[in-house]
Ligand binder design. Structure first.
Ligand code: NDP
Ligand code: AKG
Length: 342
């Protein structure tokens, strides 16, 4: 969502036909269209909302307003969408963690064991990019259970088409490489792990799971999901970060690590305004630059504001929070919302 708003509905698409979903989206937009606009709040996909739903919502908005505007992102490519928007959150997460690895002297993605939760949009593209860069993905999950084992590109493709039909992983006829654990999240079942990427939903890593991940060797934890880790889990990671760089677990919050999605939504709107369509390579390059900046801003702001011991990895959660706060506070100051002599 571009703008200050975020919203949703309690309509459960599971077990509904595409036509029922279409009718729901049209009714929903009959009211929502009064509150959004290309320069107000611009909704995008999120949990349970992908290209199909954005299409139905966009069509209903266009009819309600009798106008084609760049409102709603994640649009189809032949009606105003941007290349790389579907991939952006997952790819961006992997680019962001690439900078964490490099800064911490841990090399690149090659040979890393990566636990991922979720099996929707963010999880699928994070897994594909991690594999492309030489990592081994050792889990996926959904709201019903977890798949643990070495995930292949063919697994992701099959799961993507199953998820398109709103099926659960229970109906994935896993081959010998994957074990399905009903009712479980992956974190305590993956064995030795280097990187953990929560990519399903909020509060999906508890304190005990954070401690289990640390004990299993996880050194890098970055949220693809919004608020994926509980506060207690974040505290467990942050405590380890401070103790020693050798065994530090370095945590990156979703507001920085998953910003590639909203950033490419911004690029989609930019293209809509210019009536242009950039190539896949152009958008991917811009996404890489955006993720590098997001990492560096969090890092340098942490160094500026948070005292740290010699050799300690800077707190990306503090740095990203403070960077966001300072940006908004300065803009509000300059626009006269508050005053103090700076
Ligand atoms: N899409 C985007 O561009 C962005 C998404 N995000 C965040 O990333 C996360 C994933 O979103 P996205 O991939 O788009 O959504 P999807 O709907 O494509 O996938 C969501 C995944 O999470 C699982 N899930 C949903 N609810 C629960 C639950 N209560 N417990 C366990 N698993 C659950 C789903 O399982 P099932 O299929 O069984 O429902 C599915 O595997 C969300 O936190 C979202 O806000 C953040 C930035 C951008
Ligand atoms: O693309 C967007 O505008 C928002 C994506 C999203 O769901 C998020 O950043 O939480």
């Amino acid at each position: 969502m571009m703008g200050g708003g975020k919203g949703g509905a309690d309509f459960d698409p599971k077990g509904k036909s595409d036509n029922e979903i279409r009718r729901f989206c049209q009714s929903f937009m009959a009211e929502l269209s009064k509150h959004i606009g290309a320069n107000t709040d611009v909704p995008a996909g999120d949990i349970g909302v992908g290209g199909r739903e954005i299409g139905y919502l966009f069509g209903a908005y266009r009819k309600a307003k009798n106008a084609w505007e760049g409102v709603l992102t994640g649009k189809g490519l032949n009606w105003g969408g941007s290349l790389i928007r579907p991939e952006a959150t997952g790819y961006g997460l992997i680019y962001y963690v690439g900078h964490m690895l490099e800064y911490a002297g841990a090399g690149d993605w090659k040979g890393k064991r990566v636990a991922i939760s979720g099996s929707g949009n963010v999880a699928q593209y994070a897994a594909l990019k991690a594999m492309e860069l030489g990592a081994t993905v050792i889990s996926l999950s959904d709201s019903k259970g977890a798949l643990v084992g070495e995930v292949t590109v063919e697994d992701i493709e099959a799961i993507a088409s199953l998820k398109e039909d709103r099926q659960s992983l229970t109906s994935y006829a896993a081959k010998d490489n994957l074990k399905y654990i009903e009712g479980a999240r992956p974190w305590l079942h993956v064995g030795q792990v280097d990187i953990a990427l929560p990519c399903a939903t909020q509060n999906e890593v508890s304190k005990e799971e954070a401690e289990g991940l640390i004990a299993a060797g996880a050194k890098f934890i970055a949220e693809g999901s919004n608020m994926g880790c509980t506060q207690e889990a974040i505290e467990a990671f942050e405590a380890t970060r401070k103790e020693t760089q050798v065994s530090a677990a370095w945590y990156a919050p979703g507001k920085a690590a998953n910003c590639g999605g909203v950033a490419v939504s911004g690029l989609e709107m930019g293209q809509n305004s210019q009536r242009l369509a950039w190539t896949r390579e152009e958008v991917d390059e811009k996404l890489k630059v955006i993720m590098k900046n997001a990492f560096e801003q969090g890092l340098t702001t942490a160094k500026e504001y948070v005292p740290s011991a010699e050799g300690e990895l800077p707190s990306l959660v503090a740095g990203s929070n403070i960077a966001g706060f300072v940006k908004v506070a300065r803009a509000m100051h300059d626009q006269g919302d508050w005053w103090a002599k700076l």
